[in-house]
Design a protein around this ligand. Structure first.
Ligand SMILES: [Zn+2]
Length: 528
């Protein structure tokens, strides 16, 4: 292919890829399959490899991740990234309204209320429509240049307007927007599943996972984490027809192809604001991203300017935080579970307590390091927290309530199930989401014949996500392993009806059902 021809083809591919990207990430209405998208991307990557001087910084090929960096460059924020004042009560919100009225010298103005995303703050700078800089908040004045990592986020435009967006008119010469990067709840679960598979320590919550990902120096690894972002602010605008308010700015950014906070509305008064506070709290658990409250802004930019800021935060904006779903209870025991990959995971056994509508008697303690960090000891009063649909976790220990000399918790040196030695495995072969990542290796039972690991493996194997073997429940698996009837996964398929009937609480009918379930599963492809 000659260069001019390649150039044309590349242009076309880029336009198509960015349009499909927009349809997928922002409109959630994809027109082509992931496979076809990957195919187009492959074609572009091949052409760019053949004609390297045709590579541009806004090519969608950057989304799969460029070359690793040595370290991040420090950048100064032209407009500081301020922190927000937090309030926890409606009275404080009323006081905010009173202060704003006084500051503006009038009682009538509009608010803009939006979900407060519990993510990682980012700044994006566009020059003549091209994404020039993606930066972290840092200390508010200086942040890290993480542009190459930011480019891997499918919902962030590399160039505006995005092909397929509804924007018409001139693009500002300079545009800086602010937003929150986050990891969706589904993706967070996937990342931790992958970590479990690789015997690595878990991320405590989606925000930690997101912050940790953005700090990676290899953009390819960031791409694999599949981060997302929501835009909520306009920091700089140089060009014709600037927006005059937060609501106008968000509509404008949406037109350009940005993914703005979906639930954000203008309110005429505090009555309206409280209505939004209640409505957003109700659907909080159902969202794919974590929120910890709402942000209330004075809508008009002119009014924002009049109000100005204190030494650390703007006077025209405030966060209302939902009551934390936290409660204190007694840590009655720490049980060690052995997973199917042999990882020893400590679980807090709690004095049962009510937390956001459910009775909680167990919480995650993640790993040995976490127990040491918290200095959690059996008998302590601990604070537990539940966020979204994630299992509750121990947040802190109330040392004031510690009575007497509670002994430090000693992590077992032997597998609680098989009694064999535990330790850190050597070099873990890491595949899938995290190629070549070295992360803290968890403590594992090193016995390949460990019954707890076999039980875990069988439960996984029989589960919906793998072979989906009907009627093979947890108690049956436990018996099969404990009675030595199943010593590896393949043994399942050599079970005879007479073996199965001999199990406890197993009638003829359920034995038949189980055999049928195993038989049916043979028709399914092997899980990967
Ligand atoms: Zn073991």
């Amino acid at each position: 292919m000659i260069k001019s021809e390649a150039s044309k083809k590349i242009q076309k591919l880029r336009k198509d890829l960015e349009r499909h990207n927009y349809l997928y990430y922002i409109e959630a209405k994809p027109e082509i399959s992931d496979r076809d998208y990957d195919h187009l991307m492959r074609e572009l990557l091949d052409l760019e490899q053949a004609f390297p001087d045709l590579v541009t910084p806004d090519s969608p090929s950057r989304r799969v991740g460029g070359a690793p960096l040595e370290k991040f460059r420090t950048v100064e924020h032209q407009v500081p990234m301020l922190s927000l004042d937090n309030t926890y009560s409606r009275e404080e919100l009323e006081e905010f309204a009173t202060r704003v009225q006084k500051g503006l010298g009038r009682g009538s103005f509009s608010y803009f209320v939006e979900e407060k995303i519990d993510g990682v703050s980012i700044a994006l700078v566009y020059e003549d429509g091209l994404l020039k800089l993606g930066a972290t908040r840092g200390d508010g004045r200086y942040g890290d240049d993480i542009t190459e990592n930011i480019k891997t986020l499918g919902s962030i435009p590399l160039r505006i307007p995005i092909p397929g967006s509804s924007f018409q008119g001139p693009v500002p010469e300079l545009l800086e927007v602010r937003g929150e990067a986050y990891i969706s709840k589904d993706q967070f679960a996937k990342i931790n599943q992958e970590k479990e598979k690789n015997s690595e320590e878990f991320f405590a919550n989606p925000r930690n996972a997101c912050a940790g990902s953005l700090k990676l120096l290899d953009p390819k690894l960031v791409a694999a984490r599949r981060l997302d972002a929501l835009i909520h602010g306009l920091a700089r605008y140089e060009g014709e027809n600037p927006p005059h308010s937060q609501s106008e700015a968000m509509a404008f950014l949406k037109d350009l192809g940005f993914k703005v906070i979906p639930d954000a509305k203008k309110c005429r008064d505090m009555h309206g604001v409280f209505g939004r506070v209640d409505a957003i709290e109700k659907k909080r658990a159902k969202l794919q991203y974590e929120i910890d409250g709402v942000v209330v802004k004075v809508d008009q930019f002119e009014d924002q300017k009049t109000l100005g800021m204190t030494s650390k935060s703007p006077r025209w904006m405030i966060a209302y935080k939902y009551p934390a779903e936290q409660v204190e209870t007694v840590l009655e025991d720490i049980k060690i579970q052995v997973g199917r990959t042999g990882v020893l995971t400590p679980v807090a056994i709690l004095k049962p307590v009510q937390l956001s509508g459910t009775t909680v008697s167990r919480a995650s303690l993640h790993n040995q390091n976490e127990i040491e960090r918290l200095d959690a000891r059996i008998g302590d009063h601990v604070l537990i927290e539940k966020s979204g649909e994630i299992i509750p976790q121990v947040i802190s220990v109330n040392l004031e309530k510690r009575e007497g000399n509670l002994p430090k918790f000693v992590f077992p040196q032997k597998c609680p199930d098989c009694g064999e030695a535990v330790g850190k495995r050597g070099d873990v072969v890491v595949i899938g989401l995290f190629p070549n990542v070295k992360s803290p290796v968890a403590i594992c039972c090193l016995n390949p014949l460990c019954p707890a690991q076999l039980k875990g493996a069988l439960k996984h194997f029989a589960g919906r996500e793998a072979m989906d073997i009907e009627n093979l429940g947890v108690s049956i698996i436990d018996q099969l392993v404990e009675k030595g009837m199943v010593k590896d996964l393949a043994d399942l398929y050599y079970l005879k009806i007479t073996d199965v009937e001999a199990l406890e609480r197993m009638g003829e009918k359920s034995a038949n059902n189980l055999m049928e379930g195993i038989e049916q599963s043979k028709k399914r492809p092997l899980p990967n």
